[in-house]
Design a protein. Structure first.
Length: 209
């Protein structure tokens, strides 16, 4: 009887853990993306100061590309690419695994590339970082591969909501572009993670006022 009761409780506990983890992912990913944007903008201001020499506009992107290219080749090979195809590969062709090393590499190399003036945009890197954080947290907690993969679009939605302050658009993008299904059963979790950071942002603004 005890073994049978435990077997019935495990899925229920996993579902509860999944819900809690959705909230945690929304907060952690949101704050990480805010840090990503802040680092990018502040580094860009240092690389391109007001009244800077004209040669900076030519040399800085070249140096930035060389440095980030070397880092990607030598230390972070899985962080190469825009980020969205790599996230979809982990979701559909893998077991949802995106390593912590890849998350760190994407954060560092993308912020350096954007700050140096390389026109890439922060949409793809944000998706990859957010999905990677969700993957890392889920695997640290020992969730099954099916649950790990389910949390990738959750992290992606939270990242886009933080990057562009558009929680509704983040939900639609995550479901349509990452999942490829606007009627996915993960709709509730994606909405919850996207709204979590927005609530934190609004609360933070109100506290500052």
């Amino acid at each position: 009887m005890e073994v049978r009761d435990l077997t019935k409780r495990l899925p229920r506990r996993e579902d509860q853990l999944f819900l809690i983890l959705t909230l945690v992912i929304g907060a952690v990913v949101g704050l990480t993306i805010v840090a990503f944007i802040a680092v990018t903008e502040r580094t860009g201001l240092r690389l391109y100061p007001a009244n800077g020499a004209p040669w900076r506009r030519v040399l800085t992107p070249v140096v930035g590309a060389l440095i980030t290219g070397y880092l990607l080749y030598r230390y972070f090979p899985d962080a190469r690419g825009s980020g969205i195809p790599q996230t979809k590969t982990a979701l559909f062709a893998g077991n949802g695994t995106i390593s912590l090393q890849t998350v760190i590499g994407k954060f560092v190399c993308s912020s350096a590339s954007l700050a140096s003036g390389i026109a890439l945009g922060r949409e793809g890197p944000s998706v990859h970082i957010g999905a990677g954080i969700a993957s890392v947290l889920a695997r640290w907690l020992g969730l099954r591969p099916e649950k790990v993969k389910s949390l990738l679009p959750v992290g992606a939605a939270a990242a886009l909501a933080a990057a562009f302050n558009t929680p509704i658009a983040a939900v639609l993008f995550s479901l349509e572009e990452v999942m490829g299904d606007l009627h996915a059963p993960l709709l509730g979790s994606v909405v919850l993670s996207s709204a979590t950071y927005d609530i934190l942002r609004v609360y933070g603004v109100e506290e500052q006022e």
